[in-house]
Write a protein that binds this ligand. Structure first.
Ligand code: ADP
Ligand code: TRP
Length: 321
């Protein structure tokens, strides 16, 4: 089964990225044909400082490797190192209706946050469709926010196949329903761009500050609390098993719970959860040249698979003459 997913290097990776996508990719690497990449072309839609983009790209790759992604078993590369992503994107534009992109929630959302939305934001889902279709991916593990992008990719694949025959595999999104969307400290979706994220590999003081700033309701200590509508509970729950969640729920439903105490517990839980990976991550920071080498050989492997699809595509659309 070919499984593929990507992550933007638009900032430091956070626990929403980890529980929404990275963990499920890493867990699947033993039984799947896994393709995992850092989508720096997508990040160009929001990051304008070239030095920052270059450094974030390498850092995101180092994070993935430290968390257990094994480049021997997985094809792991940087999107912009394989030119076929951009080549296929242009071809797919011609199978993408304006209306399909105009209905994109993510475009509407991002456009509303800028004075003048640019075309890269509009075309973002077409590049993402190219990423997926280029490798004939069957399953795409993503967070809930990417559901519509997957539908767009299927739609574009369908339009192409209708005209040219069954060239592309129709991909399925794999979304963990239990997880839904990890909330940020302010209760919005946790995101690199909303300044509300708890980063995986920050120092303890930063993690502490972020966790202490998680917004909760104004209930008094003696009040019974509502675990089902509480960011703190939702974030804590990511790190607990069923039993741990049930125990915390019980504490919420009895008078006497102090949010500040739960936050202090959570700081230790988050810190300890990532401790084994943190050592690896620090080690990796000293060997960023090796990370670069891993990515370059990953790109060579990815390009081979991409070329196989592009040969077919170029044939059927008439670019080979
Ligand atoms: P961000 O919004 O932080 O820039 P990306 O767009 O790069 O994150 O997302 C990378 C992956 O992580 C995607 O599969 C996305 O669905 C997932 N993801 C991002 N934020 C969250 C979240 N808050 N909860 C669950 N999954 C998330
Ligand atoms: N748009 C995705 C996100 O922001 C990242 C992405 C780009 C992606 N190309 C992809 C995810 C291909 C899965 C498959 O999270």
């Amino acid at each position: 089964m070919r499984v593929l997913s990507g992550i933007q290097p638009s900032g430091k990776l956070h626990i929403g990225n980890y529980f929404g996508m990275m963990r499920s990719m890493i867990e699947r690497q033993s039984e799947s044909d896994l393709f995992c990449f850092v989508v720096n072309l997508h990040a160009l839609t929001t990051v304008t400082d070239g030095k920052i983009l270059a450094s974030n790209t390498l850092e995101a790759a180092a994070d993935f490797l430290a968390l257990g992604l094994d480049p021997e078993r997985t094809t792991f590369w940087v999107q912009g190192d394989v030119a076929e992503h951009a080549e296929l994107t242009w071809i797919l534009h011609n199978f993408t209706s304006m209306g399909l992109l105009e209905r994109s929630h993510s475009y509407k959302d991002k456009a509303a946050r800028r004075e003048v939305p640019h075309h890269g934001l509009f075309s973002y889902p077409v590049l993402m469709a190219a990423d997926i279709l280029l490798y004939q991916a069957e399953l795409v593990p993503v967070g809930r926010d990417q559901k519509q992008h997957l539908e767009i990719a299927r739609d574009i694949a369908g339009s192409f196949n209708n005209v040219h025959g069954p060239v592309f595999t129709l991909p399925e999104a794999l979304i963990d329903d239990k997880l839904a969307t990890v909330p940020g400290v302010d209760g919005q979706k946790m995101s690199k761009s909303y300044n509300n994220a708890i980063d995986i590999f920050s120092g303890k003081d930063v993690i502490k500050k972020k966790i202490m700033s998680i917004v909760t309701d104004a209930k008094a200590v003696e009040d019974v609390k509502d675990p089902d509508n509480c960011n703190l509970f939702a974030i804590y729950g990511l790190f607990a098993d069923d039993e741990g969640r049930a125990e915390l729920k019980e504490r919420y439903l009895k008078p006497g719970l102090k949010y500040g105490e739960v936050k202090k517990e959570l700081i230790e839980i988050v810190w300890n959860y990532f401790a084994p990976y943190r050592e690896k991550r620090l080690e990796m920071e000293k060997r960023l040249d090796d990370v670069r080498d891993v990515l370059k050989s990953g790109a060579a492997k990815a390009r081979k698979a991409a070329r196989a699809t592009m040969d077919k595509v170029r044939d059927v659309v008439g670019l080979n003459y």
